[in-house]
Structures are given as C-alpha cells and as structure tokens.
Design a protein around this ligand. Sequence first.
Ligand code: GDP
Ligand code: MG
Length: 441
Amino acid sequence: TLSDRLATTFKNIRGKGRLTDADIDATAREIRIALLEADVALPVVREFVGRVKERARGEEVSQALNPAQQIVKIVNDELVTILGGETRRLRYAKTGPTVIMLAGLQGAGKTTLAAKLALWLKEQGKAPLLVAADLQRPNAVNQLQVNGERVGVPVYAPQPGNGVGNPVDVARDAVEEAKRKLHDVVIVDTAGRLGIDEELMKQAADIKAAVNPDEVLFVVDAMIGQDAVNTAQAFLDGVGYDGVVLTKLDGDARGGAALSIVQITGKPVMFASNGEKMTDFDLFHPDRMAGRILDMGDMLTLIEQAEKTFDQGQAEKDAAKIATGEFTLEDFLKQMQQLRKLGSMSKLMGMLPGMGQFREQLDNFDEREIDRIQAIIQSMTPAERANPKLLDGSRRARIAKGSGRQVSDVNQLIQRFTEASKMMKQLASGGGMPGMPGAPG
Ligand code: GDP
Ligand code: MG
C-alpha cells in the first residue's frame, strides 16, 4: 500500500527536520505509482502529485513525528477534497415530479441502478415511477419490469403496438403519467451502446430535451478504469449531465476512475453501486473512496469501529474512578471486553496511520487470556467485584471452581488487578492519562 511504500521511503528520514528535494521526489514517485495503479488518469495524476509536492515541502511534514504518515494524510485530504468533500444531494423539483434521467454505456449498470435508486427513494417516502426508455435491446423493457417488481415500484413501458420504437415519446408520456398518478419522482432508464456512438448520444440528448430532467446522472462502471475518462467526457459533450454514479464497486477496481472523472468533468459523484442486490447502493462517500484509491482498506470503517470501541465517555469515567481508587473488577471486566473487540481487529488496526505504535501490543494480544479472566470475574458476586478485599480463601476456591480455573489463577488475577490499580492511581494523580490497566501477558 501507499502507506507501506512511503514508510520505506521515509525509513531514514525521521527526525531529520526539513526534507530534501530528493526525499520529496522519492515520495512523489511513490504517490504517482499508487495513483496510476488505482487507474487514475495520467494528467490527473500529474496535477495531483504537483499539489502534494507543494504541501510536502511545508512545515506540516517536516515537523511531523512521522513524515510518511503525514504525507499519506495530505494525500488523503487532497483526494477527499477533489472527490467532493461532502456528498452532493439530489435536487428535487419545486413543483411536479422530479425527473431523473440515466445515461451511460451499455452494461454500465443503468437498468440495475434505476431500480436501486427507486428503492432508495421509496424508503425515503417517495413514490417513484420507473420508465423504460431503452427500446434498443429486445429484453431491456422486460429487465426493468423484473427489477421494478423486485423493489415494488411500477414501471412505465411502451404498450405493444402503441407507437413502440420512440424512446423520446415514451419518456415524455411517462412524465405525464407520473403527474396523473401522483408520482413524485420519475426515473428514466435509457439505452446504451458498447462504445460511444453518435446516434446513441443524439437519442439521449433528445430524451433530455423532451423531459427536461432535474438531474441527469451519468452511470459508469468503475471496472473500466482508464477508459472511464474518455467515456465521461464524451457523454458530457454529447448529452450533458449533473452527477455521476459509479457502479460495480464490489469488484476489485481501486476507484481511480472516480478521481479522474471528477477532476476532468467537474461533476460530482453522487451515488455508488456495489453489488447485484437491490440494496447494494448508497450515497457516494468521498472519504471511503479516497481510502480505496490509496489502498488503505476500509480505513474509515475501522476508525469508526475503533471510536466505538474506545468509548470516550467510558474512558473518562474509568479515569475518574482510577484516580479516586474506585476502579473495580467489574470495571476491569468491561475494559477487558473492550480490549477483546480490539483484539479481533488488531491486524487491521495495525494498518491505520498512527496505530503502528500499538502494533506490538496488538500482536501479542491473546484472546484466550481474556476469556479466562472474564470467566473468573464472572464467577464473582457483584459485591466481590466491587471490593476484592472480600476475597478470602474460601471465596477464591469457590470462584476457581465456578470458572473452571485453579485457585492460583484467581490469585494471580487479583494480584495483577491490585497492582495495576495501584499503579494507575499513581499515574492518574501524577496528571498523566492512564492507559488500559494490566493488559494480559
Ligand atoms: P445497463 O446496460 O447500463 O442497463 O446495465 P445493467 O443494469 O443491465 O447491468 C449490466 C450488468 O452488470 C448486469 O449483469 C448487472 O447485474 C450487473 N451490475 C450492475 N450493477 C452492478 C454492481 O454494482 N455490481 C455488480 N457486481 N454487478 C452489477
Ligand atoms: Mg439497461
């Protein structure tokens, strides 16, 4: 990953103060490779790397504890900024139904997306109408009808023997139908070709002129990589659109197409589609896409999880208890259980910027040890957990039996707990924030 690559580049730089031009060039080279590997278009890579280089010369990097991580952070920030920062929301019509038109190559995922979007809107209380304006492929209308049924949204389709063959009329009639039947959103599925072609562009442009959509969404398969830019530009020139939808993000595409398209067309990515299921669809998250382009896995998901695991409020309560000597075995058990959540994530956590320093602790983390400690504490009564001084010999024997452990295990745990709370009480009164007490091992 870029993070690893830069860490290698920077191995000897730490503490060096200002980075040399050679350091910065080496960094730029790594970023460039990472972006090209993620399918970002070359002109976009050039401009992007230029900007990062600029920032890399600044103080935020030279004064960082870990320049590699600081640069990854800058790259990430810049990516998120370009990808749009906050997601842009759909614009709804002030009066009458909101018309959303989909355009894109054949196989991009328009018909699938039409139904996913319809379901998503329905779940937000809208009453969408799907429109089959792809009359190019024999099965296209039927495919939309099947998808419409799956999500429980009606489909407006040309009637057999009734002016069939003109998608512009179908789209226009559908909007009238939506007004009559009080649908508040109309989603127009259109035809695509395997490659960019004049006739197709004209048809899409004609539909657009006929129904005057509130949003035209360009649907593009993330897997087409570098070709995405040309296609996006051709549709922008030939049809015009307001936003982009990336599909097939469940594949292994690194998502550089998103960056290229946004940078070159200036249009935001609004939605992401990531699977065959109708619910595999969401608003586009620039931060997640940045992580994907940098190949940092689900960094953000992890950070969110970690934040949940390290419940800040709980940590402060614990700290207060420790300071006043009220930290009990019950609290200790709760912390253990938090640590356990962390343990299962330890490998992934090691990948997070800033978490490298905990890597050793995380690697040495023995989950079974937690099981044993948990069993022992759970065999104690609430009174015993609150006050370990109650734990005389007969109580210890009972607890050992109840937890399937030896009395010596119980003794060891209590001793460790007592020492840890003593130590932490000292730390706390010394003003320092205590860490996790007595992590096993
Ligand atoms: P259209 O020609 O643009 O209407 O594209 P379709 O909606 O017919 O999709 C083409 C193929 O891609 C179909 O087999 C879909 O099931 C599949 N597909 C669409 N979206 C996704 C997605 O997000 N992930 C995956 N894995 N497949 C998708
Ligand atoms: Mg289709």
